[in-house]
Ligand binder design. Structure first.
Ligand SMILES: [Zn+2]
Length: 325
């Protein structure tokens, strides 16, 4: 990709646009700029060129699943053009806060933006919710896992809105996940979900080692109108296995609350594994070979550092990119 050269003097003085647009909470910068441009009847690429000079590859027409890094002068210009003070913009548009560290790669004197693939999931907000606020265009936002379902309209919001009303246990699982986050915080929630997914993915293939889970997930697929074929851990697997992931995540909380959990007198590993299988409604006896719960405990014991490190999990579960943790 050729480096785009712009003379800084080509940027005119920033002026407030005629029609202000309120950002959606957690909205991505490209989504907000696209909506601001559309309201003011200008192409979003033109508005980006007013915000600053593109760093490396320029803004393309496919910028929506992307996130932008802005340096300070570009943030100031966006504030003037949107008519919203910098502090309020930062609160509503998380990309502005994450990019503070990354912005050090950008020049400090010339207003500059850097468009890159978003490090954090980019959900499309439930259409009925946006229409309620008279927004007819798509709104993309960074949602953490416990916020991914719109409970008002029973919609799973990533990567595209998906009606999940046919499987009410998904929304119920979301409520339990929110409770988990509220009680134990995002860090523990992210670790438990990461591990639960790791374990559940061991059963997600077809044929599965647990026919009961295979049947349950196929049943949900049919109800939700999801395709039958899938890769072992793609998005539709995320949706259909979500209730079991949350059940398992909640059951794994004790091992994160107490780093010495397995060293405490009276704790028996086999008892805990049995408890996990029971919580999932499985036969409490472990599978003789390849039981993912067994594999998990082995992985935990051989690589404790990775297990305690939440960073590999935080991106999808908390909608926070790795660099800003
Ligand atoms: Zn909604």
């Amino acid at each position: 990709m050729s480096r785009v050269k712009h003379a800084p003097e080509a940027l005119s003085v920033a002026r407030s646009l005629c029609i202000p647009v309120r950002p959606w909470g957690g909205e991505s910068l490209p989504s907000y700029v696209a909506r601001l441009a559309q309201a003011n009847r200008i192409p979003h690429t033109a508005l980006w060129r007013c915000i600053g000079v593109p760093h490396r590859a320029g803004a393309s027409s496919t910028t929506l699943p992307w996130e932008a890094t802005l340096n300070q002068p570009a943030v100031a210009r966006l504030a003037v053009m949107s008519g919203i003070p910098v502090e309020r913009l930062r609160k509503a548009l998380p990309g502005l806060s994450w990019s503070i560290r990354e912005a050090s790669a950008l020049p400090t004197d010339v207003p500059t933006f850097w468009m890159r693939q978003a490090h954090s999931p980019n959900a499309v907000i439930c259409r009925q919710c946006t229409l309620r606020r008279s927004i007819s265009t798509q709104v993309r936002a960074h949602l953490s896992l416990p916020d991914i379902v719109c409970h008002r309209h029973h919609t799973w919001q990533t990567p595209e809105p998906k009606d999940i009303s046919a499987v009410p246990e998904i929304a119920r699982a979301q409520r339990r996940l929110r409770k988990l986050r509220k009680t134990h915080g995002s860090h523990i929630m992210a670790c438990c979900v990461r591990d639960a997914r790791w374990i559940i993915s061991g059963w997600a293939s077809i044929p599965s080692r647990e026919p009961m889970l295979e049947e349950l997930w196929q049943h949900r697929r049919i109800k939700l109108g999801l395709p039958h074929w899938f890769r072992s851990w793609d998005l539709t697997t995320h949706i259909m296995a979500h209730p079991e992931v949350v059940t398992l995540a909640c059951a794994l909380v004790p091992i994160y609350l107490d780093p010495l959990f397995f060293k405490r007198p009276g704790i028996r590993e086999w008892k805990f594994k049995r408890h996990l299988r029971l919580r999932l409604g499985l036969d409490p006896r472990r599978q003789p070979t390849g039981d993912p719960i067994n594999k998990f405990f082995l992985a935990v014991q051989t690589d404790r550092a990775r297990w305690r490190n939440p960073k590999s999990a935080m991106i999808t579960e908390t909608a926070t990119p790795r660099t800003s943790q």
